[in-house]
Design a protein around this ligand. Structure first.
Ligand SMILES: Nc1ncnc2c1ncn2[C@@H]1O[C@H](COP(=O)(O)OP(=O)(O)O)[C@@H](O)[C@H]1O
Ligand SMILES: Cc1ncc(C[n+]2csc(CCOP(=O)(O)OP(=O)(O)O)c2C)c(N)n1
Ligand SMILES: [Mg+2]
Ligand SMILES: [Mg+2]
Ligand SMILES: [Mg+2]
Length: 334
């Protein structure tokens, strides 16, 4: 225990033991977080899927965001990449880079939120690293998943004759971010405000759809940078021309209500990002089976476009059905 600015701190190893060890009990090869590394078995007929995403204060979240929400989001965004690949979560590692001003109470609340997220996504902590930083708080997770051998769904694989689908609803988190930043001038009913903020802070990775995605999906990715930007990633990687029909993009009630008074927010919805929904292509004649699979999983799946003949890229059909250009759009770090 050390004293820090008057408050008593458990210190690096005390924090690991008290707050993080309980999150690793489900992984025998994590050895209660007492060794240099962890060890995992991979069934011989499956493959390990590996993904990493980081979140940095001021870039991915606001400096005063609640630690339990941050824990949920850093695990959820990594689970979302696994879901988009058709992978079942196996385990994850965590790097916390914390300013020295962060106290035990913050870490305790963070670990509690992480425990809640772990239970929701059925995954356990494998290990990680704890470092201090003179810069902004940052969190990094590397998530491991399993797929049957050679069955990971790629961004590449979309084909002529495929339809384009998306899960859930689009744009809620980008509107939630505008709310959190105080950047919306119109009045928003309290229930709508709570919904949009929760979509920003507690994304729902579409893990319950992974088995069906592996059956029907020809290409898939999760939407983090924005629907338009990420569909363009898929089109270019698959070397196909995709058409996005803006009229069909699924919107939540709160998003629709906001659009009534502020139609220019549609651009925010289509390009804002932080959706963590899955976009995928599948043969058009499988649309009914896909709808049934969505119903079974309790996840809305909406057809929003198709693959057409043409140069690799994305066509966007606006509300009037005519081609429109939303510019490069989408989130870019640099
Ligand atoms: N610093 C890096 N070192 C190595 N690979 C990276 C780095 N940053 C991104 N990548 C790779 O670039 C690709 C695109 O990354 P990214 O856009 O972050 O994917 P996603 O949006 O699905 O999280 C991925 O294959 C990722 O592994
Ligand atoms: C304070 C704040 N500013 C901006 C955003 C919006 N935002 C930041 S990063 C990002 C894109 C996703 O992050 P990235 O690191 O590119 O994730 P990846 O594509 O690698 O999954 C978005 C939409 C936010 N969530 N919070
Ligand atoms: Mg990434
Ligand atoms: Mg990602
Ligand atoms: Mg992704």
């Amino acid at each position: 225990m050390t004293s820090q600015g008057g408050a008593v701190s458990l210190g690096e190893f005390g924090r690991i033991e008290r707050f993080f060890r309980p999150l690793a009990v489900g992984v025998p090869g994590a050895f209660d977080l007492t060794d240099d590394a962890a060890v995992l078995d991979v069934p011989h007929d499956q493959q390990l899927v590996v993904t990493t995403d980081a979140m940095v204060s001021g870039v991915h979240f606001l400096p005063n965001d609640n630690p339990a929400d941050l824990a949920w989001k850093i695990l959820a965004v990594n689970m979302s990449d696994l879901a988009a690949k058709g992978a079942e979560p196996l385990a994850y590692s965590l790097v916390t880079s914390l300013p020295k001003s962060i106290g035990d109470d913050w870490v305790e609340a963070f670990a509690k939120g992480l425990g809640e997220a772990q239970r929701a996504f059925k995954v356990n902590l494998l290990g990680g690293d704890t470092v201090s930083t003179s810069g902004p708080l940052s969190l990094t997770i590397t998530a491991l998943g399993l797929v049957p051998r050679n069955r990971m769904i790629r961004r590449k694989g979309a084909k002529l004759g495929d339809a384009l689908f998306v899960t859930g609803s689009i744009g809620d988190a980008a509107l939630g971010l505008k709310l959190a930043q105080g950047a919306l001038t119109q009045p928003v009913p309290e229930a709508d405000r709570a919904y949009l903020l929760s979509r920003l802070r507690r994304p729902a990775p579409r893990l319950d759809l992974v088995a069906s995605l592996r059956v029907f999906g020809t290409a898939a990715l999760d939407i983090s940078d924005g629907l338009v930007a990420d569909l363009r990633h898929m089109a270019l990687t698959s070397k196909v021309r995709l058409v996005l029909d803006v009229q069909s993009v699924p919107l939540s009630g709160p998003a629709l209500r906001l659009l009534v008074g502020a139609p220019t927010l549609r651009r925010t919805i289509l390009t804002g990002g932080d959706d963590y929904e899955v976009a995928f292509t599948a043969p058009a004649d499988k649309a009914e089976d896909i709808a049934a699979a969505g119903q079974n999983a309790g996840i809305a799946v909406t057809r929003i476009g198709k693959v057409i003949d043409g140069e690799p890229g994305l066509d966007i059909l606006g509300l009037d059905g005519a081609e429109t250009d939303l510019g490069p759009g989408g989130w870019r770090h640099f």
